[in-house]
Design a protein around this ligand. Structure first.
Ligand code: ZN
Length: 127
């Protein structure tokens, strides 16, 4: 946290423990707030939300923006793509190397492609 330029307050440490203890994951502010409550850590949803955005600005998290879904914060900040199960508001990684993007447009003059985020939307099969 210090290397990211953030003062390690008690709340930030507690939330970072919850976030990063379990390996790569995708979590919404609401879900992390519930986890904090369950762990007996009293914190407001607004504080959780602010802290997640501070972690993101510090490069410790990245945001997975899925239209029509809650904002998910990803503890894996490397470039990768996601599956999204619409009815369950569930985001998870597509294994690396499984997506090949071809024929991207030439970026307009003076710009370059920063990254390409792919979200593959899923639904459970009805049977
Ligand atoms: Zn991810």
């Amino acid at each position: 946290m210090r290397t990211a330029g953030l003062r390690p307050t008690r709340q930030r440490i507690a939330l970072a423990d919850l976030l990063f203890a379990a390996g790569d994951r995708h979590v919404s502010a609401e879900a992390l707030h519930e986890e904090a409550q369950a762990a007996g850590f009293s914190v407001s949803l607004a504080t959780v939300y602010n802290t997640l955005h501070q972690f993101t600005e510090a490069g410790m998290l990245r945001i997975v923006q899925v239209e029509g879904a809650r904002t998910h914060f990803d503890t894996n900040v490397s470039d990768h793509h996601h599956f999204f199960i619409e009815d369950e508001n569930l985001v998870f990684d597509i294994p690396s190397g499984r997506v090949e993007v071809k024929n991207l447009p030439e970026p307009p003059e003076g710009t370059e492609i920063a990254n390409v985020d792919i979200v593959v939307r899923l639904r459970r099969k009805v049977r």
